[in-house]
Design a protein around this ligand. Sequence first.
Ligand SMILES: Cc1cc2nc3c(=O)[nH]c(=O)nc-3n(C[C@H](O)[C@H](O)[C@H](O)COP(=O)(O)OP(=O)(O)OC[C@H]3O[C@@H](n4cnc5c(N)ncnc54)[C@H](O)[C@@H]3O)c2cc1C
Length: 348
Amino acid sequence: MYEVVTVKDNFDLSGRNTFRMKVRCARFVEYDSAEELEELDFGALPRPVLALGGGSNLLFTGDFPGTVLHGRIGGIRVAAETPDGGVLVEAGAGVVFDDLCAWAAARGLWGLENLSLIPGEVGAAAVQNIGAYGVEFGDLAAEVRCLELATRARRTFRVEECAYGYRDSLFKRPEVKGRFIVLSVLLRLGRAADPRLRYGNIRSALGTDAPESPAQVRDAIIEIRRAKLPDPADTGSAGSFFKNPVIPQAQFEAIEALTRAELGEDAAVPHYDAGEGQVKVPAAWMIERLGFKGLRAGNAAVWEKQPLVLVNATGAAAPEEIIALESRIIAAVWEKYGIELRPEVEHI
Ligand SMILES: Cc1cc2nc3c(=O)[nH]c(=O)nc-3n(C[C@H](O)[C@H](O)[C@H](O)COP(=O)(O)OP(=O)(O)OC[C@H]3O[C@@H](n4cnc5c(N)ncnc54)[C@H](O)[C@@H]3O)c2cc1C
């Protein structure tokens, strides 16, 4: 018989979400192992049930009426060597993702360095398919090991089954969401140098095209991120608030024409080819063009160094203030560009 480590009622979640919303949940349950989770009387828990990691991609819109489950399953280990000289690494869902990146970099293992300093835990990374600087979790994943809450059956998903896409996965689909708790993941990392330097200003931060170690790339990524993004220890946020919209080429050309009419013939609209006649336009660019960068609205604000990030500027923002700012931005982008921005941050 295993004992569930913590069960608390009417629990204060303000230290459990990086936006620092002062909200409570009816019950909070924290477990240390898959066995403890299996022992839980799931049927007796107040509903709904929410799996929580580091709370860094969530906006609690008010008190949560059900149960918040948090796993502290730790452990990082080399599970196997691969024929190509790489390794399979298993990490517990409760491991802080950046601790895993640091662990790999310290051992000269390539793969995770571009994902350095992304807040949150390993379990959520597998759900979110986190990504940064041209690398996504799904590029490295081999397996995601889960427990199905309702049946308590263990289930291993091979990466091909996880349907990874841009900040998307099988685990986010409405019919699957909330059914599985991630217990651990298996990642494929390499020993041969494999730097990914195409995105952002990694090359200039590195000062070389040929870094010798993943630790060198990790340091450059950390430097870039620290200069641009709010540190969750100082300023509440959930990172990029909106997804970058993908629009048809014709709509992109109309935006380009509008921008040239406003700023002159040399004006360029940043964009990436998304394939199949589609174009991805940075939401941050539109938000900045509309004058929101650095804008303060009560206790909420648009981050002055990266307008894709909404912040709890004073630490005292209520969910309604963040939502009001979100709505203003969505309305303004719609009115000017005919694009409906969608939040990346999950509203709970
Ligand atoms: C400053 C800042 C910068 C950021 N930069 C990036 C970035 O560069 N790239 C990026 O992709 N994201 C970024 N994010 C967003 C965030 O860090 C990621 O989405 C991260 O994966 C969330 O992890 P978490 O543990 O905090 O998850 P939470 O926010 O707690 O949960 C996220 C989702 O995962 C589910 N979940 C959590 N744990 C489990 C589990 N064990 N089993 C099943 N479901 C689970 C939750 O129910 C929820 O649906 C940033 C956030 C901040 C605050």
